[in-house]
Design a protein around this ligand. Structure first.
Ligand SMILES: Cc1cc2nc3c(=O)[nH]c(=O)nc-3n(C[C@H](O)[C@H](O)[C@H](O)COP(=O)(O)O)c2cc1C
Length: 295
């Protein structure tokens, strides 16, 4: 294993490791304005949602590693404590990237990147009309994390109004995770796109109290077949089945086949039963899968 003492790396090298590992990161496409009314539009992937009550996002324009200068976005929010956070989807990604060019102060990236300015209702910075979601925010705090190259500046943005394009909504008026077609930033030049093939669901262990992986018998935990994900699903059940219920599985056609074919061969019996259970897990039949691995 490569172990790194961060104090031995320069900011650029360290940034490389961190940005490849801490990924994918959502993109805050921030519109800001200075006291003279000059508009700025720049993307920031040091960004996330940190609170829903109050609804608060944080993004971080860092000091440039190259020359330790600060970004126009930071200078603007120190003057006018407002911004719009625009959400980036796949159809905007190339123009968004173009807008991250270090244009001189006063150059409006809306024009350079070919985006349309839409007036906001409550704040002075305009919205990006093309963005599927646009959030008008007030800046509650700016926290400097240092004065050296690469130091971040946390901009705490409280969301006051949200505008959502109707074409990304489902029948209930909620955002459709496929239709929004999000992109995110990874290391170097890498991005990812949230496509239907990449989406999957993990049941929230919110309402139930899972038994935990540690409550599964040793031969299940140390299975040659079951993966960590399989164990995570099994550990999320509320209780182990009764011995009678486990025993009843012996009559299931596929189980019976395995049992008959592996008489006196405990190793292969366990392997084949676990493979069968894994197949059931893939099909969402957690209850029967658990009974089979407990046989
Ligand atoms: C997708 C993407 C994400 C970025 N994320 C950040 C970031 O989180 N922090 C940062 O300081 N710069 C980030 N940048 C670079 C800034 O967008 C770039 O420095 C921009 O020119 C800053 O503009 P400004 O000086 O007009 O504020 C990112 C660039 C791209 C394309």
């Amino acid at each position: 294993m490569l172990t790194i003492d961060v104090s031995t790396l320069g900011p650029a090298q360290l940034q490389n490791y961190l940005q490849y590992a801490i990924a994918p990161r959502p993109i805050c496409f921030a519109t800001t304005i200075d006291l003279d009314g000059q508009v700025n539009l720049s993307p920031f992937s040091f960004f996330n949602l940190f609170s829903t009550n109050p609804p608060l996002c944080i993004f971080s324009p860092a000091r440039r590693v190259r020359d330790n200068t600060t970004k126009h976005t930071l200078e603007n929010v120190l003057q006018v404590k407002e911004c719009v956070i625009n959400i980036v989807n796949y159809s905007m990604v190339q123009q968004m990237s173009l807008s991250s060019t270090e244009y001189a102060k006063g150059i409006n990236e809306f024009e350079k990147a070919g985006f349309t300015m839409l007036p906001s209702d409550l704040v002075r910075p305009p919205r990006v009309a093309e963005a599927p979601v646009q959030m008008e925010c007030t800046i509650t705090e700016v926290i400097q994390l240092g004065e050296r190259p690469g130091a971040g500046n946390l901009i705490l943005a409280e969301i006051k109004r949200i505008h959502i394009h109707e074409d990304i909504l489902d029948e209930e008026g909620k955002i459709d995770q496929v239709k929004i077609d999000l992109v995110a930033r990874l290391g170097g030049d890498w991005y990812c796109r949230v496509t239907p093939e990449n989406l999957f669901k993990v049941a929230k262990p919110l309402t139930t109290l899972g038994i935990g992986v540690d409550a599964l018998p040793k031969q299940v935990r140390h299975s040659m077949v079951l993966t960590g994900n399989d164990l995570g699903i099994l550990g999320n059940v509320e209780e182990l089945p009764s011995d009678d219920d486990v025993d009843a599985m012996r009559t299931m056609h596929q189980v019976k086949e395995v049992l008959d074919a592996t008489i006196g061969d405990a190793v292969n019996r366990e392997r084949e039963l676990h493979e069968l259970a894994q197949l059931l897990l893939r099909n969402g039949n957690v209850a029967d899968a658990l009974k089979i691995v407990l046989l």
